[in-house]
Design a protein around this ligand. Structure first.
Ligand code: UDP
Length: 369
């Protein structure tokens, strides 16, 4: 039996562990945290019994059939449509930018064709190939919508000017000329009925998988395994020898209340004041449950310092230079493979992570056979 070590029990690690266990390998999964699920971890709040997404809300959405079928094998998923609101001084608007946002913001009554023409008329023509977040936004929606909904929020969220950020960050969000206010375009969108941690526990539940929590990874154990899959931060694996990769971290202030506090799951505060970026009322992520009390989390973003959890990879030019050096070292590792969000330093959604983990497992099986 081939022996495999998986470092990290988030979605990447769990999926690879399961696939290789089913293939006949003996898999040990270690995680330094006291729970599986990585940043998708969910647990019930002890005061209210509300399912809380401990490291920030995760709304699963995918158009990849293999991934949707896969996650459905491991638990019950409830349909959930992410509808986000943006609060600014002139009112509360619907996100992503859609026909309702446009008509509310410009106090118009445009139909889809008129709105499309209008946005095209105010969008910047200066950037035929937008090179950064700001150029992308100005080309898509023009200055007024950009300033109201993206510029200040992005400065708060990323701690740098939008001109320093990749255009791909904005391309995550659609702009629509109808009244569809679904935040995502994906075919399937859902939240696990019993939380993400239960799904990950179910993925890891296999006779060939042994999970060890509260366990730090020691590289000198590599020699005991045929293959090591490392899903932690790539710079940490190499003791930050080329420097630290830039990440933003987020943190929350928690408040309790009765009834319905803000009337929806997520409200973004897209102006420079207040200093927080958004407020999450977690019971609205589980509309199939009833709770008299409520708990809200006000989210702030800051630069990551030692001990903070890395959330958003900044991927500034300096980071990408460092990353290339780590990647060169990683390629030289004989039996260690780097898989997932932190190990590849990318801003990945859950479905992309699962898809990549499944594809990686396919190639690992060939390697191990
Ligand atoms: N964004 C923004 N205003 C918003 C929502 C998003 O400026 O109200 C920008 C911001 O830079 C953010 C990016 O769009 O980082 C991607 O947004 P998304 O909602 O995908 O971010 P996530 O939920 O992953 O934090």
């Amino acid at each position: 039996m081939k022996k495999v070590l998986v470092v990290g029990a988030g979605f990447s690690g769990a999926v690879v562990a399961r696939e290789l266990a089913e293939f006949g390998c003996k898999v040990r999964v270690i995680d330094e945290r006291e729970h599986v699920g990585g940043n998708c971890h969910t647990q019930r709040d002890t005061d209210t019994d509300i399912m809380v997404h401990t490291y920030g809300p995760h709304i699963f959405n995918t158009s990849i059939a293999r991934v949707w079928e896969y996650v459905n094998k491991y638990g019950e998923w409830m349909p959930y449509v992410n509808r986000v609101k943006a609060a600014i001084s002139s009112g509360v608007y619907s996100l992503p930018i859609n026909l309702h946002t446009i008509n509310q913001f410009f106090k118009t009554n445009l139909n889809p064709t008129e709105a499309q023409k209008y946005i095209a008329s105010i969008a910047s023509k200066k950037y035929p190939s937008p090179a950064n977040f700001e150029e992308q936004a100005l080309s898509m929606i023009g200055e007024e919508l950009y300033e109201a909904f993206f510029k200040e929020y992005t400065k708060k969220q990323w701690g740098c000017l939008p001109t320093a950020l990749s255009a791909s960050i904005l391309k995550r969000l659609p702009v629509r000329f109808d009244y569809n206010d679904n935040y995502y375009n994906s075919i399937w969108q859902a939240i696990p009925k019993e939380g993400y941690t239960k799904i990950v526990e179910n993925i890891l539940h296999h006779e060939n998988v042994a999970v060890q929590l509260n366990s730090a990874y020691e590289q000198d154990t590599n020699s005991q395994y045929d293959l090591v899959i490392y899903t932690g931060p790539i710079d940490r694996y190499f003791d930050h020898c080329f420097g630290k990769l830039g990440y933003r971290t987020v943190y929350w202030e928690k408040h309790y209340g009765r009834g319905d506090i803000q009337g929806t799951a997520v409200i973004n505060y897209t102006s420079s004041a207040p200093l927080f970026t958004r407020v999450h009322e977690h019971k609205h992520f589980a509309p199939w449950e009833t709770h008299d009390s409520s708990v809200v989390f006000t989210e702030f973003s800051k630069e990551t310092s030692s001990g903070d959890i890395p959330y958003y990879p900044k991927r500034l030019p300096h980071d990408m230079e460092i990353l290339a050096k780590y990647q060169q070292e990683a390629a030289k590792q004989d039996k260690v493979r780097f898989v997932g969000r932190l190990a590849t330093y990318r801003y990945l959604n859950m479905d992309a992570i699962i898809s990549e983990a499944l594809n990686f497992s396919d190639s690992a099986k060939l390697m191990l056979s």
